[in-house]
Design a protein around this ligand. Structure first.
Ligand SMILES: NC(=O)c1ccc[n+]([C@@H]2O[C@H](COP(=O)([O-])OP(=O)(O)OC[C@H]3O[C@@H](n4cnc5c(N)ncnc54)[C@H](OP(=O)(O)O)[C@@H]3O)[C@@H](O)[C@H]2O)c1
Length: 189
């Protein structure tokens, strides 16, 4: 079990547009919308399968803010959508929703708590990209599980603003997405 950055990205490497919108992502048909789009019967890189192996979750402040805004847009109270123990890294003075703890500082200090909370399962780094990069800086990011969307945004929030060497482990189709699993090798000179 390891620490996995699992996210969707545009073809040109953005996980949200410059206004934090994911409209381009939700407009893309996945396997459920396009059963012909899946490659092979042994396809394994689907989000539900990944979530089944996740024991703890960490995300950045903007991602948390996006989730709060998205999940309360029709006036409903904010309920954290994940059952797993979860952390938000932020310097902001916010009261987190039930099920979420706050952390500020060096993620190397947080990582042992994530691993312990995960109880032998994976740690999911939801994003953003720099947060995944902070774990990678300490050699604490094991895998990247990327759903690449056939759209070009030109600008936005970066997938992973670092120089990192990856080793491709697996590629599958998921509707219009290309699902790719990479092992993190280490810093790219
Ligand atoms: N395409 C996808 O599947 C996908 C997946 C995940 C996220 N997203 C989206 O992508 C965007 C990502 O936004 P983002 O690039 O701004 O990244 P983010 O990680 O969500 O938020 C970055 C902010 O988190 C705080 N932070 C980061 N590291 C910290 C640390 N070590 N200690 C304390 N605070 C820390 C800082 O804010 P403060 O200092 O203000 O607290 C920082 O500006 C969001 O819109 C999100 O919804 C998309």
């Amino acid at each position: 079990m390891g620490t996995i950055y699992c996210t969707a990205t545009s073809l040109d490497g953005f996980i949200a547009d410059e206004n934090h919108s994911l409209s381009w992502l939700f407009a893309t048909p996945g396997y459920a919308d396009d059963p012909e789009g899946r490659y092979g019967d042994d396809a394994t890189l689907d989000f539900e399968r990944m979530m089944g192996d996740v024991g703890a979750i960490v995300c950045g402040a903007s991602t948390y803010a996006w989730l709060e805004s998205e999940l309360t847009k029709d006036g409903q109270p904010f309920v954290w959508p994940y059952a797993q123990p979860s952390w938000v890294v932020t310097h902001r003075d916010i009261t987190p929703v039930a099920g979420v703890e706050l952390f500020a500082g060096d993620v190397a200090q947080l990582h042992p708590r994530l691993v312990e909370a995960a109880g032998g399962k994976d740690v999911w780094v939801v994003g953003g990209g720099d947060l995944a990069g902070q774990f990678a800086d300490h050699g604490l990011l094991d895998l990247m599980w990327i759903h690449q969307c056939p759209v070009v945004l030109g600008r936005g929030k970066p997938l992973l603003p670092r120089r990192l060497r990856l080793h491709r482990e697996r590629v599958e189709r998921d509707g219009q997405f290309t699902a790719m699993l990479f092992r993190v090798v280490g810093p790219e000179p």
